[in-house]
Design a protein around this ligand. Structure first.
Ligand SMILES: Cc1cc2nc3c(=O)[nH]c(=O)nc-3n(C[C@H](O)[C@H](O)[C@H](O)COP(=O)(O)OP(=O)(O)OC[C@H]3O[C@@H](n4cnc5c(N)ncnc54)[C@H](O)[C@@H]3O)c2cc1C
Length: 468
C-alpha cells in the first residue's frame, strides 16, 4: 500500500476525466476526481459531440469501408501535416475501440451517423458520429458509468472543488493543493481540466488574438497554468485558428450566440452575399469550398470581424442565413438584435452596421460591374447568381469565434507531461483539450478529433495508471 491518499487524482470531471476515473476504478484503483463546477461533464454540456473513428462496428453495419490508415491520411491532409504524428497514431488506433465502447454502454447514435460533415473541412469517408443531443448524448453514457464507479467505492467525486496548484517533491508530482488550501496526495495525477477558451488573458498571451468565445465557461486553462508553474512546456504556439463566424452576444461580454449560427459553408448554402471588412472591402471568395482556407483568410482582416452583405434577391433565394431562422425571423431581428442589420439603401445599411459606406458601395459596385461585364471576379469567385442591387439590403456581423484552444501542455506519446528540455515530470499526465487541439488537429479543425481523443486518452490513462 502506498502512503498516499489515493492512487490517482484527476483534475477535471469532463470529457477526458470521467472515462479516466471509470477505467481506473474498474481496475481497482482508488481515485479522487475533482471538479470546480457544480456538475460533471465540462464541455460536453455545449459540445457538438462529434467524434471521428475508422473501422467501427457502426461503419461495418452500414457497409462503410474505412481504415485507420485512411483516417490518418485525411487528418494529415486537413491539418496540412501540422498535427503530432505520434498522438494522431495513438488517437486513431484507439478511436474505433473507444467508439465501440460507448456503443456497448448504450450510446445513442443519430440515425444518420456516421456521415461526412461539411461544417469543417470534410473527411473523404463517412466517419463522424454523434448522438441526437450532441455532447450531452455522450454525457448520458458517461454519467451512469461514473455513478456506478462511485457506488462501487473506488471513486470519490468532489464537485465545487477547484485545484489551485500541483505539489512536487524532488521535481515529481505528489498531489494537488485545493483552493481552500488543503492538500491531497496520490501516486499519479492526471490533468483533464480542458482548454482556455474562457480565459481572455491567457488566450491573448498564448494565442495572440482577441478572444470572442463560445467555449464552456470552465475552460479557463487552470491545468495549463499549474503545469507551467512547475516547468511544463507549452506546445502549439502560433497554431490558433478561429471558427468561421458567429453573431455577437447582446450582453457585450465578448461571447457569441453560438446557437444562432450564420450558415457560411458554401456547400451547405451557396452564397448570394459578399463578405466585407470594417472598411467595406471584400477579402475572400465567398463561395470558396474550403472552410479551412476561409478560416485562415479571416485571421488576416481587421479585428477578425466581417459583415455579410446581401439584397432582397439573396434573402429570398439563399436560405437559411442563420441556422433555423426563417426569412420573417431575420427581418424581425434586423436592427434589433446585435449583429443583424437592414437598410433601404447601402448607405443606410452601412450606417446601421457600423462599417464604411464608401467602401461598401465601391465593393458592391465592383462586384456588380464584373458580373455584368462577364469579367472574372477579383477574388476568383465562381458562384455569382445575381447582382446585389435590390433593396432592402441586409447584413450579418460575424466574429471569428473561439470554441477550442490550440496551445496546451506538451506530453510525450505516453501522455507524460514534459519540460522544455524534453524531460518528463514524474507522475504527471494530461489528456483532453489541456493538450491543445494542435496536438491532434494542427492549425485546422479536423472533425471529431478533440472529443474522441479526449475520451480515449482519458480512458487509456485510467487503465495504465491503475495497472499494478
Ligand atoms: C461549442 C463547442 C462545440 C464543440 N464541438 C466539438 C465537436 O463536435 N467535436 C470535437 O471533437 N470537439 C468539439 N469541441 C471541443 C470539445 O468538446 C472539447 O475539446 C472537449 O470536450 C474537451 O474535453 P476536456 O475533457 O479536455 O475538457 P472538459 O470536458 O471541458 O472538462 C474539463 C473539466 O475540468 C474542470 N476544471 C477546470 N479547471 C479546474 C480546476 N482548477 N479544478 C478542478 N476542476 C477544473 C471543468 O470544470 C470541467 O468540468 C467543441 C467545443 C465547443 C465549445
Amino acid at each position: 500500500m502506498s502512503a498516499n491518499d489515493y492512487d490517482l487524482i484527476i483534475v477535471g470531471a469532463g470529457t477526458a476525466g470521467i472515462p479516466c476515473a471509470v477505467a481506473a476504478a474498474n481496475n481497482g484503483a482508488k481515485v479522487l476526481l475533482l471538479d470546480k463546477a457544480d456538475d460533471i461533464g465540462g464541455s460536453l454540456h455545449t459540445s457538438g459531440g462529434h467524434m471521428s473513428a475508422a473501422g467501427t462496428r457502426r461503419q461495418k453495419e452500414k457497409g462503410i469501408e474505412d481504415s485507420v490508415e485512411s483516417h490518418r491520411a485525411d487528418i494529415d491532409r486537413i491539418s496540412n501535416g501540422g498535427a503530432r504524428k505520434d498522438l494522431v497514431n495513438l488517437a486513431t488506433d484507439l478511436a474505433a475501440p473507444g467508439l465501440d465502447w460507448l456503443e456497448d454502454n448504450d450510446f445513442e447514435f443519430a440515425p444518420e451517423a456516421p456521415r461526412i460533415v461539411y461544417g469543417h473541412e470534410p473527411y473523404s469517408v463517412a466517419r463522424t458520429y454523434y448522438g441526437p443531443e450532441a455532447g450531452r448524448s455522450i454525457l448520458k453514457v458517461l454519467r451512469p458509468l461514473l455513478e456506478k464507479a462511485i457506488a462501487g467505492g473506488n471513486v470519490e467525486l468532489r464537485l465545487n472543488t477547484a485545484v489551485k496548484s500541483l505539489i512536487t517533491k524532488d521535481s515529481a508530482v505528489t498531489g494537488v493543493e485545493l483552493a481552500d488550501g488543503s492538500k491531497v496526495t496520490a501516486n499519479n495525477t492526471v490533468l483533464a481540466s480542458g482548454g482556455f477558451g474562457a480565459n481572455a488573458e491567457l488566450f491573448e498571451e498564448l494565442e495572440k488574438a482577441t478572444l470572442v468565445s463560445a467555449a464552456w465557461p470552465t475552460s479557463t486553462g487552470d491545468g495549463i497554468l499549474m503545469a507551467r508553474e512547475i516547468g511544463a512546456a507549452i506546445a502549439g504556439a502560433g497554431t490558433y485558428l478561429p471558427t468561421f463566424g458567429g453573431l455577437p452576444s447582446p450582453d457585450g461580454t465578448g461571447r457569441v450566440r453560438w446557437t444562432d449560427r450564420p450558415l457560411l459553408v458554401a456547400s451547405e448554402r451557396p452564397p448570394y452575399e459578399i463578405y466585407v471588412d470594417k472598411s467595406g472591402n471584400r477579402w475572400v471568395a465567398e463561395d470558396e469550398e474550403s472552410i479551412d482556407i476561409k478560416e485562415h483568410a479571416l485571421t488576416g482582416i481587421e479585428a477578425m470581424t466581417f459583415w455579410t452583405i446581401f439584397d432582397s434577391v439573396g434573402m429570398e433565394n439563399s436560405q437559411p442565413m442563420v441556422v433555423d431562422w426563417s426569412i420573417d425571423k431575420f427581418k424581425e431581428q434586423a436592427n434589433v438584435l446585435p449583429g443583424v442589420f437592414a437598410g433601404e439603401t447601402l448607405e443606410e445599411l452601412a450606417k446601421n452596421a457600423g462599417i464604411s459606406a464608401a467602401g461598401l458601395k465601391a465593393s458592391v459596385a465592383k462586384y456588380n460591374a464584373d458580373l455584368a461585364a462577364g469579367s472574372p471576379d477579383q477574388f476568383g469567385r465562381k458562384f455569382r447568381p445575381a447582382p446585389i442591387e435590390k433593396g432592402p439590403f441586409y447584413s450579418l456581423q460575424n466574429h471569428a469565434v473561439t470554441l477550442i484552444t490550440f496551445s496546451g501542455i506538451d506530453v510525450d506519446a505516453d501522455l507524460r507531461v514534459r519540460k522544455n528540455n524534453g524531460e518528463v515530470i514524474p507522475n504527471l499526465y494530461a489528456a483532453g483539450e489541456v493538450l491543445g487541439s494542435a496536438a491532434t488537429m494542427g492549425q485546422s479543425f479536423v472533425g471529431g478529433m478533440l472529443v474522441m481523443p479526449s475520451i480515449t486518452f482519458g480512458k487509456l490513462l485510467g487503465e495504465r495508471l491503475s495497472a499494478h
